[in-house]
Design a binder for this molecule. Structure first.
Ligand code: SF4
Length: 325
């Protein structure tokens, strides 16, 4: 398969927070030792509850946050600690699709201006060349006929059209990798599938690699080739999509699958262990396995003492749980 486009090793992002009258330093461990790979033209999904660190992981990979520790290798180059000015090429090779399209678009700019902005920043001086790229980007995301959209402002577009525009902006420089952070969670159900299909089409047609961040495991089976389950800043299970959906191993993954409503009775997962409670505070996560206060399979004296290792239980299926350790 060749070298992966992206290799992330033991990545950490801690935020320093000062607490109390004396300003005691504590750290919020938003990403805590994450490793993953992304092949060229592949889509991977990062799935977890709100607050598990998946958005911070995406932004750290994009170097919008400075990593605390670990390594990020992109296209054979170590970009972990490159200075801002040396990251210009990386900004061209990567794109971000945000969750809230309206919030992500400048309200005072027209569609044309929004799409021209990254081209101007990246030194494309020829107006004609910019115009061609803008038209091509709008065609790619199917905002056509183009004359109906190009002079509009974001508030004149529907939610689905706004998200298409965000995707057009993220891909106008034809990046090798796109991070799509909950790209459909704020859209009506009727347009969600259209946007996912559009991202899939960009992946197939232009061989773009996509990191799809979501809390909704049900959408991953249509869209990703590999799933990473994230809990409390760590990856606790990963496998190929169909393997993970058919043979979930970690109690948390089983719980996530249990809450997916599936209209097809043959596809329903019959798992009864839905854990109560809240995800842990990432400033002081529990000792041992971070899921232990909620786990239906908790083993006292084991799970609350030492963090489980990540083990390859079956071929290419990795789990971080003492049940398999
Ligand atoms: Fe549950 Fe223990 Fe496995 Fe954690 S290590 S998921 S507490 S069984």
């Amino acid at each position: 398969m060749g070298a992966p486009l992206l290799l992330v090793e033991n990545l950490k992002k801690y935020f320093e927070i000062r607490k109390g009258f004396l300003g005691k330093k504590v750290y919020l461990r938003a990403v805590d030792g994450v490793s993953l790979t992304l092949a060229r033209g592949e889509t991977i999904a990062i799935v977890g509850e709100s607050g598990c660190g998946k958005t911070t992981l995406g932004k750290t990979i994009l170097r919008l946050y400075e990593p605390t520790d670990g390594r990020i290798i992109f296209d054979g180059r170590d970009i972990t600690h490159l200075k801002w000015k040396d990251l210009k090429w990386y900004r061209c090779e990567t794109g971000l699709v945000q969750q809230d399209p309206f919030g992500a678009l400048p309200p005072f700019m027209t569609v044309r201006r929004i799409l021209e902005e990254p081209l101007i920043i990246n030194g494309i001086k020829s107006k004609r060349e910019r115009e061609e790229k803008v038209y091509r980007a709008l065609e790619r995301v199917k905002l056509t006929p183009i004359e109906d959209f190009i002079n509009k402002y974001p508030h004149m577009l529907s939610g689905g059209q706004q998200q298409r525009l965000v995707i057009a902006r993220a891909t106008i420089l034809e990046p090798k990798m796109v991070v799509a952070d909950e790209p459909v969670s704020m859209l009506d159900a009727s347009v969600r599938i259209e946007i996912l299909k559009l991202l899939q089409e960009l992946q197939y047609k232009y061989n773009q690699s996509i990191i799809y961040i979501t809390h909704d495991l049900s959408t991953t089976k249509y869209f990703s080739e590999r799933i990473y389950i994230m809990y409390a800043a760590q990856i606790i299970e990963s496998a190929g999509t169909s393997e993970l959906l058919q043979n979930p191993m970690h109690p948390y993954t089983k719980a996530l699958l249990n809450v997916i409503p599936d209209p097809d009775p043959n596809n329903r997962f019959i798992i009864k262990d839905v854990p109560a409670g809240e995800p842990p505070n990432l400033m002081s996560p529990p000792l041992g396995c971070r899921f232990h206060p909620r786990c239906p399979n908790f083993m006292k004296g084991v799970c609350d003492v030492k963090e489980p290792p990540t083990i390859e239980v079956t071929k290419d299926h990795y789990v971080m749980c003492w049940l398999y350790g």
